[in-house]
Design a protein. Sequence first.
Length: 184
Amino acid sequence: MRVIAGSAGGLSLYLPKSELRPTMDVVKGAIYSSLGDFVIGARVLDLFAGSGALGIEALSRGAASATLVENDRRAVAAIEKNLVKTNLKGNVQAMDIFRFLDRFAAPGSYELIIADPPYAKAPGERDFTPELLGSEALLKALAPNGIFILEHLPGAKLPLRNVWECFRQKRYGATEVAFLRPVV
């Protein structure tokens, strides 16, 4: 079943009953429009998967596989319901994303990694963006010529540290999307 912007055959995907912030439909559409045929045959890793909409849409657009990693148990239940609803098969991992990256993401495993972490909006809140961009395990998990798509707080300075190159960035209301690749 084709999934477009969080909708499967005209029916909305399940959203977890939690405090997770779902990716806006316009952002999902823009991401996949920008990727074009790149997603076909790709191995996809969806970190902070929420409802699983981004990883599931990748599967519906021809991705070879999708691993959806989420720590919130209600979100994991929503992902599983959405996979059943769409009749697609994904690998759901209920765990902390950094634990998954450190222990289970083999080098070069994914052509496309997508992350939509919670935003740190107030002092003292955990900021996942620098953690992700500094993660050696994430960098190693990306296949040669792979793409890392990161949703982040608009206007936030990304600590790329000569490790990542941002080749496309666009703001959509309350979120900004950066398309990154490793510096060679």
